[in-house]
Design a binder for this molecule. Structure first.
Ligand code: ADP
Length: 499
């Protein structure tokens, strides 16, 4: 491996990948999975991709990081910071940690405190990340490495593109990936001078969004190329329904916008070699899946007869994920022979409603509020079918994990769910291309009829097994996604070997 501080020989494209979370170091959602997998997959294709992220508590030790840049003062008035260099555990990916203890060394999550309130200085915390990312690109640092592409992700690094544009000597090209347009990083304009942003940028053709300083708009407006995490979501965010007020800008930039479906980590999500589950299995040993169903039911105190459909759900408990649709459908669902296992956390009211249902029907509904990696795997392996009734879904990972675990997903027809799940229509079943059940309307009634359709399939063992096997055979590799990102970088970077 090349040392992160050595220039690399040859024509490898040099990419600085800026993110606010990365599995297994810190994770709140799919961005962490992407940040773990994509740089590694790009590395395997010969891209020199290095990650920059904040040094949250424990990370310096976790990556064995060493100091490489000290005493940085990205904002004249603001906190000093330093950059350390290390390597992502079990990976070849070099990582730079941005260390500013007063901003990042806190208990709680990366964006919120333990009570679920946003950190009041998030504009500074992620403005600093963006600023340092841009500075590492344009030769204002002593780093012995210069990226050609700055690849920023979501609002947390959205300002990096604006900072790059503000530097006239900048030759670095920028890519901005939207993992979820709903998280926008909108702050009071008072932050403009504090973040060294000239007021001239606070305009509709710039950073202003409904009188807020919008970090995501910075990424969308100033980056050379835009991506989002599925082709369908790339189209949907250009519509008023899912564009969240940014659809006009996205339509304007449609020629620079593309959708690249995320992959999954096939080693981490492998039913044949999953250390978290009771009994490994694969397509040829699918009967062994039943042991996981039994173990999961026992562990959670459920009383699930063999002919009951055990539905699993792992997600943030939010309106986006349709958690409320399932809750509203429960009275009707519970008239059927089925049970539910739910893992997640999120809106306090939704958490409370789930707790109440679990208390009322402990034989049929098991709820675990919180984050639990092992249980997520056990639910994928032990459930019969997986519920994902999202109102919108940029890509979604759990539907892909479910297919791989022979647990057909029941999904709403939106975003990445459209691009990854094939509905069990009669023709798709006949051609062995069906992988799940897809429904249209975001309503409890539509959800109930999708579950009924799933039950009808479940009651036909041959059809059900076909659905499972087709899903397990799907290819959702990161290599395919990484090739698409590499092609995108190549449109920005002329290949010196062909000059
Ligand atoms: P999003 O990023 O919108 O939350 P994704 O489906 O893209 O949704 O990714 C969510 C990731 O987080 C998946 O890897 C999922 O398994 C995981 N996850 C979500 N909630 C939990 C939880 N409570 N416990 C364990 N893993 C979770």
């Amino acid at each position: 491996m090349n040392s992160p501080t050595q220039p690399i020989a040859g024509h490898a494209i040099q990419v600085l990948f800026v993110t606010s979370e990365m599995h297994p170091l810190i994770k709140t959602g799919g961005l962490a999975d992407v940040s773990a997998a994509l740089p590694a997959a790009l590395g395997a294709l010969g891209v020199n991709c290095r990650v920059l992220m904040p040094a949250y508590p424990g990370l310096i030790e976790a990556v064995g990081a060493e100091l490489i840049l000290d005493g940085l003062a990205p904002f004249a008035w603001g906190p000093r910071c330093r950059v350390l260099s290390g390597q992502v555990p079990n990976s070849e990916v070099p990582i730079y940690l941005l260390d500013a203890p007063e901003l990042y060394h806190r208990p709680g999550g990366p964006y919120q405190d333990d009570s679920g309130f946003d950190w009041p200085d998030n504009a500074l915390r992620f403005g600093l990340l963006s600023r340092v990312a841009a500075q590492l690109c344009v030769g204002q640092s002593a780093l012995q490495w210069r990226p050609q592409v700055l690849h920023a992700n979501d609002w947390q690094s959205g300002l990096a593109a604006a900072y790059l544009k503000l530097n006239p000597s900048n030759a670095v090209r920028s890519v901005f990936s939207v993992h979820n347009l709903a998280f926008q990083g909108n702050f009071s304009p008072d932050w403009m001078p504090r973040l060294d942003l000239p007021w001239s940028l606070f305009a509709p053709e710039g950073l202003e969004f409904h009188n807020w300083l919008s970090f995501i708009k910075s990424g969308l407006y100033y980056s050379d190329r835009l991506t989002t995490v599925s082709p369908s979501y790339a189209k949907e965010i250009q519509t008023p329904e899912l564009g969240l007020g940014l659809d006009g800008l996205l339509r304007h930039r449609h020629e620079s916008l593309s959708g690249i479906l995320n992959g999954i980590n096939p080693n981490e999500w492998d039913p044949a070699a999953d250390p978290h589950i009771a009994q490994p299995y694969d397509q040829d040993r699918l009967d062994d899946k039943a042991a996981n169903r039994k173990a999961l039911s026992q562990q959670l105190g459920l009383n699930v007869a063999d002919d009951f459909l055990l539905l699993g759900m792992v997600s943030r408990m939010t309106y986006q994920k349709g958690s409320d649709l399932v809750l509203d459908a429960l009275p009707e669902l519970l008239r059927r022979p089925l049970a539910c296992v739910v893992l997640g956390s999120g809106d306090t009211e939704l958490e409370q409603r789930w707790r109440e249902w679990a208390a009322r029907r402990p034989d049929r509904i098991a709820v675990h509020i919180g984050y639990n990696e092992a249980l997520a795997h056990q639910i994928e392996a032990g459930s019969d079918a997986f519920l994902m009734p999202s109102r919108f879904e940029p890509c979604g990972l759990n539907q892909m994990y479910s297919m791989r675990y022979g647990t057909p997903p029941i999904v709403r027809r939106t975003g990445g769910l459209v691009d990854s799940v094939t509905d069990a229509s009669p023709s798709a079943l006949a051609s062995s291309t069906a992988t799940g059940v897809v429904f249209d309307t975001a309503s409890p009634a539509a959800l109930v009829s999708a579950v009924d359709r799933t039950r009808a399939l479940y009651e036909q063992p041959d059809l059900w097994r076909g659905l499972q096997i087709t899903g397990m055979g799907q290819e959702f590799s990161w290599t395919r996604s990484a090739v698409a990102y590499l092609e995108l970088y190549r449109t920005l970077i002329p290949d010196p070997s062909t000059a």
